[in-house]
Every structure is written in structure tokens, then in C-alpha cells.
Design a protein around this ligand. Structure first.
Ligand code: IVH
Length: 669
């Protein structure tokens, strides 16, 4: 393909993918399959790697991330990002209405009501139709430039195709949808990481992550609710919102124009329950004067507008009896205390149990069995015990003492310094840990043995047929026939599922064996970096630290795993069973020979590439990648934060040191 052919194909693909993206994420009317969509995106990414000079500023390849930001630049807001006054009762709202009425000196006015989304506020700058900057609220005057992270939000237009002012600003709320938050926490629990407290904090942490590829995986979303700009032509907030909708921004359809404060009160009452069914957390209603001219007349106090106010819903809370505490043991041995409650109806569901997180939480609440506790469903999905009604405490009631031994296998629990959780150390003999490890191994992201499930694993374990994942590969059809209600056909299915799993790629195996803190992403990076189980198992702690995504905690965990003789035996058995122990990642296809067999060492952090990607680009363009600086080396590609020792050595040996930009220029020669 010639350069000019590539240019026009890149342009076409960019437009096409952005169009389908909008149909899928904003209009819920997809016209092509996910597979076709991925194919187009893949083609675009390939072409952009080969012809980076033709990558467009609204390229959808930015949605998958890949840029690392060490420190976010500070940006001063053109219009300060103010907060809203809060009200908690209809009386307070009537007072607000009185102030508005007085401020407008008897002129008629209307309100515009929206839900108050519980996320992270963001300011987006569009210039000549292109999204050029996304800035966090910060202190209201200056925030952080998080553009590369925000560009991963699929529902956000990177370019607005309608006729729009040359410069405008849109504000809204970035959030993590409830179902995604739930899934994320499940995954964290699965690899032994502590779970996140709520979706809002998680969204806020995600917006500030250094690796935009990780942000992309989190699947943030964004609702817009404010349009600003000198050239924006609108007379009311309703019109501005309508403009945002027609320009392709995602606006929550929950808004309503209200003629007076009684209609506002009705809106508030209508949404109190209904809001639980929305895909995101909301904590109130925002009431805005609709006319923009009237907004201007009312103006601002030092902290907030006089033309808008927030009404906050009370978090629904009920008091109920704490009947007892049970303890759950997870795959990693982490023990979670659970409050067993007298059933109580709360925010649409009957609550019988609530998580107590860990021993610190029990101490903080000073729980006694039989206490009446307050249970709340706030932003969290799992109800929470927020306090104790001490007035209703029975004399002589027993203070909860945290268990000292595993409720399942009676081994003494341990608690590592600095960790909130207690652990059962009996990894190899504690039933829920054994079953949990096998369930982890068969899951879709690992060996994908969907012919087995939790119940089957339980029975296989109870019958003494499996104690470790490797035991699965020794099972025979007769073994499955011993299970409850299993006949010939399903026994055959189970067996075949296990056999087929042998072709799962190395990274799935690596994730499946369940090394603590090694989630799917880390497993993928390790597989790519070390290429085989053999290399990985022999890697030193220092060598592990060199791999992308691997910090001290993960390096230590991997090193410990391969030091354990039981684990090594298990690994040997899995190898004998025929599982994939080598990375099948193909070397990148050759696209040019412009680097003419020159050798490169990569060091530091790069703006446009992850280290692995940069390696691929070098290989794809005919270069070679070495791991250490020597006299034979042609180029040292220096990113940010490169170690001084490497630089000194290269200088001493007369190796040419080039920047990322200089490297990119070499590709174009
Ligand atoms: S309007 C000048 N509308 O609430 C006021 N804010 O306490 C502009 N928020 O920082 C804000 N939903 O992050 C507005 N529908 C909504 C909102 C909303 C949530 C957040 C926003 C703001 C905070 C104000």
C-alpha cells in the first residue's frame, strides 16, 4: 500500500468506526457486529502503526489507550468549576424558590430538573469540533489534564460532526456503571486484592490512572449536563441540553422541565425510588433556573450559582437486629466477616446480610451480638452496617470477638502487618480455598471449561477426585458418572471440555494457576515478556521487576509462587497434561526494513507507546531489540525517567542516544 492509499484508508476507517461507535454507545442501534467492528479497528491500528504520520486527531484507536502519563499537567479553568448549594428538605427548597423569585423581581420563570449523578466532574474543551482537553475539577480553579484517559470513554465524541462554535466547553460527570463496578470488585476479590469501597471513588481513581490502556479496560462512561462558551447560541438550559444531544453527546434522558416548585417536588418524589434502577449511582436532584438570561441576572455567590441548587436524597437507612456474624473464606484464604441480620426491607429489596469488610470495621462499630444496627444502601451495592443503636443494647450482651481459627478447616488465622484482612494459611487443605482455586482455574478468562460449574467442582471435591487443577486432567469418564444426575452425554461433555481447555493460550494458563495479585492483564504482560513458563519460573525478583506492570508486590508474589515445591509439582503435572506453556504471540508482521537491521535498547517511559509496543514497532520495521547497552549497540531510545546508569554507559561507549521523536523520524525516512 502506498502512503497516499494509506492516508485515504485511514481517513475512511476513522470516520466509519466513529460513526459505528456512536450508533452503538449513544444510540443503542448497532448496524454491524462486534466482530466486524473489531476488524475495522484492528485494520486501522495496523495502518497507523505503519503510517503514524496519517493518524488523525479523532482516531478511535485512542479509545484503547496505551499512553502512560507520569504526572498530569495542571490546567486553569476558563470558567471556574463551582459546586452547588445543598438542600435536604422541601422547606429548604421553598426557601431557594423564594430567593429566585425575589432575585427575578416577580418575572415568570421555569426550572429544569436533572438527577445528581454521583461520579467525578469533568470539563471538556472542543476546538473546531475536536475534543482537545479534558480537565478534572481539581480545586475548582485549576484541575488536571486527563485528556488521554478521558478519550477512552466510548460514548464521548472525539469529534463533533455538526456545525458547532469554534470553541465550546461541555461539563458532565464521569462514572463507573454499577454492573461494571460489581464485576471489577469480583475480579479483584478473585486475585486477592482488596475490593473497592464504592463506584464513585473507583471512577475517580480510574480517571487519574497513569496507563490509559488500563483506563480503557475499566469502561468508564459519562453523562453531560452543562454547555458553556461565548459563541453558544441558546436561550435556555433546555435548549443547550438539546444541542448537546443533537451534537452526539450522551445526556441522561431523566431530565424534565418544571413550571414551578411544586412540579420540582413531584419530580423529586418520582425519582426517589426509580433512580435505583438507573445504571449509575445518583444521590439527589439538581434544580436549575431554565432561562440563561435569568441565570445571568441571578449570578453567583463565591462558591456556587444562585440559579441552581442540589436536593440530596437521604440515604435509606433502617435499623434491624444483628443475629450473628459468619465468616467466609475465599480462594486466597482471605476471611470476610458477614453480618447476619433480621430480614429488613430496604430500598426495594429484603436485606438479610451485610458485609463487615474486616476486623477493624467490627472494632470501629463496637458490635455486640443482638445489637440493633443501622443498615444503609448508599452508593454501595452491598448494604452496609453504618452504626449501632446503643440505646437499644441489652445489658450483658456479648461483644463480637474476631475468630482466631478458620471456620472451615480450624487452622489458626494470620494477619500480615499492614493488611486489614485475616488469612487462613492452610492453602492446600482448606476446602473453600481448594474449591475456589479450581473454580478460578476453569473460569472463562482462564481455561474456559464451561462444562464444569461450581456444583460439579464441589461434588468432585467431596468425592475426593480433585484437590488441585491438575487433578482435572486425570479424570476419566467413569469419574463423572459418579456425580449426581450425570448421565453418559454430560459426562462426555465434561471430559471434552477439559480436553479442549488444553489449547487455551499460555496467558490463560498463567492467570488460571492463580498466583496472588496476577490478574488477567498482568498474566498477559508476563506471558509476553517472559515467553514461557520455564523462563518465568526461573526469573529472579529483579528480572520480574523489569516486566511491564510488575511492581514489588507482584514480583514478590510470583517469585514466592515458583519457590514453593508443591506449586512446582503442580506446574509439572499441568505441563505433562499438555497445557500451553509457551506464548503463542506471533512476532509482529514485517512492514518495512527502514531500520536496516540496526540494534536498539529501549529505556524509560514513552509518550506514544508502551515499551512492548515500541519493541514491536522496531521489529516490524526491520530493527533488532537488545536488552543491555554494549559497544555493539547502535541506538539507545531514551524515554522519560530513564535510569542514569544506562545513559552514562551509553555515553561512555559512544552509543547514539535518541529521543522518542527522533526514533519516530527514523521510521519516516
Ligand atoms: S450542574 C455550576 N448538574 O455536582 C453548577 N452538577 O456539587 C454546575 N453534579 O461538581 C453543576 N450531577 O460534579 C450539575 N446534573 C448535574 C449534576 C451535577 C452531578 C455534580 C457536579 C458538581 C457537583 C456540585
Amino acid at each position: 500500500m502506498t502512503s497516499s492509499e494509506a492516508k485515504s484508508r485511514i481517513q475512511k476507517l476513522t470516520d466509519q468506526i466513529n460513526h459505528h461507535n456512536d450508533l452503538y454507545y449513544n444510540k443503542s442501534r448497532p448496524q454491524i457486529s462486534d466482530y466486524e467492528f473489531d476488524q475495522l479497528l484492528e485494520e486501522l491500528i495496523q495502518l497507523e502503526t505503519k503510517f503514524p504520520e496519517w493518524r488523525l486527531p479523532d482516531s478511535p484507536s485512542q479509545r484503547v489507550g496505551g499512553t502512560i502519563t507520569k504526572e498530569f499537567a495542571t490546567v486553569v479553568h476558563r470558567y471556574p468549576m463551582l459546586s452547588l448549594g445543598n438542600t435536604y428538605s422541601s422547606e429548604e427548597l421553598m426557601d431557594f424558590d423564594g430567593r429566585v423569585s425575589k432575585g427575578l423581581e416577580g418575572d415568570p420563570y421555569e426550572y429544569f430538573c436533572e438527577l445528581k449523578f454521583d461520579g467525578v466532574s469533568i470539563s471538556l474543551i472542543y476546538e473546531n469540533g475536536l475534543l482537545t482537553k479534558a480537565v478534572t475539577r481539581g480545586d475548582g480553579v485549576r484541575g488536571d489534564d486527563v485528556t488521554t484517559n478521558i478519550k477512552t470513554i466510548r460514548s464521548l465524541p472525539l469529534r463533533v460532526n455538526a456545525k458547532v462554535p469554534s470553541r465550546f466547553e461541555v461539563r458532565g460527570e464521569v462514572f463507573l456503571p454499577k454492573d461494571i463496578f460489581k464485576r471489577l470488585n469480583k475480579e479483584r476479590e478473585d486475585i486477592g486484592e482488596e475490593t473497592y469501597a464504592n463506584a464513585r471513588n473507583t471512577a475517580s481513581g480510574t480517571v487519574k490512572m497513569q496507563d490509559s490502556a488500563e483506563v480503557a479496560k475499566r469502561k468508564l462512561d459519562c453523562f453531560l449536563y452543562y454547555l458553556l462558551g461565548e459563541e453558544v447560541e441558546a436561550e435556555t438550559h433546555a435548549e443547550a441540553i438539546h444541542k448537546l444531544e443533537t451534537w452526539g453527546f450522551k445526556v441522561s434522558p431523566t431530565y424534565k422541565k418544571c413550571k414551578n416548585i411544586s412540579e420540582v417536588l413531584k419530580y423529586i418524589a418520582d425519582w426517589e425510588k426509580k433512580r435505583q434502577d438507573l445504571p449509575l449511582d445518583t444521590d439527589g436532584v439538581v434544580i436549575k433556573v431554565n432561562s440563561l438570561e435569568q441565570q445571568e441576572r441571578l449570578g453567583f455567590t463565591a462558591k456556587s450559582p444562585r440559579w441552581a441548587i442540589a436536593f440530596k436524597y437521604k440515604a435509606e437507612s433502617m435499623s434491624t437486629r444483628l443475629n450473628g456474624i459468619t465468616y467466609q473464606v475465599g480462594r486466597t484464604g482471605a476471611v470476610t466477616p458477614v453480618a447476619e441480620l433480621e430480614p429488613v426491607f430496604l430500598a426495594g429489596t429484603t436485606v438479610k446480610r451485610a458485609s463487615l469488610h474486616n476486623a477493624n470495621e467490627i472494632d470501629r462499630l463496637d458490635l455486640h451480638i443482638g445489637d440493633y444496627v443501622f443498615v444503609e444502601k448508599g452508593g454501595e451495592i452491598i448494604p452496609k452496617v453504618t452504626g449501632v443503636d446503643t440505646k437499644r443494647r441489652n445489658h450483658g450482651s456479648k461483644k463480637v470477638n474476631y475468630i482466631t481459627h478458620c471456620p472451615e478447616c480450624h487452622t489458626g488465622l494470620i494477619r500480615k502487618e499492614g493488611e486489614a484482612n485475616h488469612y487462613c494459611p492452610n492453602e492446600k487443605g482448606c476446602p473453600p480455598q481448594i474449591k475456589g482455586k479450581i473454580e478460578h482455574f476453569i473460569q472463562r478468562k482462564a481455561m474456559d471449561i464451561d462444562s464444569l460449574g461450581e456444583q460439579t467442582i464441589k461434588q468432585l471435591f467431596d468425592l475426593g477426585l480433585v484437590k488441585t487443577p491438575a487433578d482435572l486432567y486425570d479424570l476419566k469418564k467413569e469419574d463423572f458418572l459418579k456425580l449426581d444426575k450425570v448421565k453418559d452425554k454430560s459426562a462426555q461433555n465434561m471430559l471434552e471440555g477439559i480436553i479442549q481447555s488444553k489449547s487455551q493460550p499460555f496467558e490463560n494458563v498463567l492467570f488460571g494457576i492463580g498466583i496472588r495479585y496476577v490478574g488477567k492483564t498482568v498474566a498477559e504482560k508476563l506471558a509476553r515478556h517472559f515467553k514461557s513458563m520455564d523462563n518465568l519460573s526461573k526469573a529472579s525478583y529483579e528480572a520480574l521487576l523489569e516486566a511491564p506492570e510488575v511492581g514489588e508486590k507482584i514480583a514478590q508474589s510470583v517469585a514466592d509462587y515458583f519457590h514453593d515445591t508443591n506449586n512446582l509439582k503442580e506446574i509439572t503435572r499441568l505441563a505433562r497434561a499438555g497445557l500451553q506453556f509457551e506464548s503463542s504471540q506471533k512476532e509482529p508482521a514485517q512492514v518495512s526494513t527502514v531500520l536496516g537491521d540496526k540494534s536498539f535498547v529501549i529505556s524509560g517511559v514513552f509518550k506514544n507507546y508502551e515499551r512492548d509496543q515500541l519493541k514491536d514497532v522496531i521489529l516490524a520495521n526491520g530493527g533488532r531489540v537488545l536488552s543491555s547497552v554494549s559497544g555493539k549497540l547502535d541506538y539507545l531510545v531514551a524515554g522519560d525517567n530513564m535510569g542514569p546508569a544506562k545513559r552514562e554507559k551509553a555515553e561512555k561507549l559512544g552509543v547514539k542516544i535518541i529521543s522518542e521523536a527522533e526514533f519516530e523520524a527514523m521510521l519516516k525516512t
